[in-house]
Design a protein around this ligand. Sequence first.
Ligand code: NDP
Length: 339
Amino acid sequence: MFGLIGHLTNLEHAQRVARELGYPEYADQGLDFWCSAPPILVEDFTVTSVTGQKIEGRYVESCFLPEMLATRRIKAATRKILNAMAHAQKQGMNITALGGFSSIIFENFKLEQIPQIRNIKLEFERFTTGNTHTAYIICRQVEQATQKLGIELSQATVAVCGATGDIGSAVCRWLDAKTDVKELLLIARNLDRLSCLQSDLGRGKILDLESALPLADIIVWVASMPKGVEIDPTVLKKPCLLIDGGYPKNLGTKVQHPEVYVLNGGIVEHSLDIDWKIMNIVNMDVPARQLFACFAESMLLEFEKLYTNFSWGRNQITVEKMEQIGQVSVKHGFRPLLV
Ligand code: NDP
């Protein structure tokens, strides 16, 4: 069995979902209540591969909300993730994906130093961030969507916002090694980490967001922002492809312009329906088929019986591992979202 640990995008979303799912005791409560709420096992489901293989999975809601970081409730945020991991392990899940902010909190607050949760010793090899598959899918979205739009990568400038992150750095490495992209623009806040990335890649221009946006034909957003930013489409090149891979979304509002194409980044489409509620809850357009690539990674590891923390730590994702997970992604019937 595989597991998925997820969270909702904000307090209002969490209250609405709690009401819909029949948890009225959570629905009318404020942030303090959510800070003390235990993880919830929301549902069990079966996933069928195009090979015919079937696997069983479970979704655990950690009850973490991004507002906990914004209001410095760090202890609550870290407790949510550790408790959800302990819960998943106790349920006997072989491999569990840490969705959205779960892996970011795990890394940023060094939670590997706290393996003992009450009577459970966390076995970290049973968890994966899912970031290798996410980075692979975003890169394939760049390659395939540009082709559809008639943007030549060899003539294109790609801006990666969140370039020094786990996913962003992997995207940069792939685009450098596997494509003939003309120019890479590297965006993040910490200049030391940007300089390290630039020297590892041996290329890339370090720019702030405002300077980078008007220069980019393609913008990949993979910054860990608890709340999205608003951008003015008039400053962008036309045409421009925006791939928003953040969860919650990095873009605060819907960009409305006929020549600016916005794609949900890091989302895969499965070839067969999955009978589950969870992707409805997070407002996927086609909830029976579409899901986060990080969740799909734990499915792929379960299909392949690769019981290992395939994606772990920070900035360790290699192009070879992206190719490896990409091959099994195709084999089991997943493809990058392109509309
Ligand atoms: P990391 O924490 O490893 O990296 C985040 C990056 O964003 C860093 O480069 C950071 O650099 C940068 N950043 C953060 N805030 C800002 C800001 N305000 N302006 C500019 N840059 C910023 O995160 P991950 O790579 O693990 O995840 C990235 C995003 O992808 C998250 O939103 C996450 O939820 C989402 N995600 C999506 C998945 C999917 O399946 N679709 C799966 C997993 C994650 P600095 O701090 O120096 O600014």
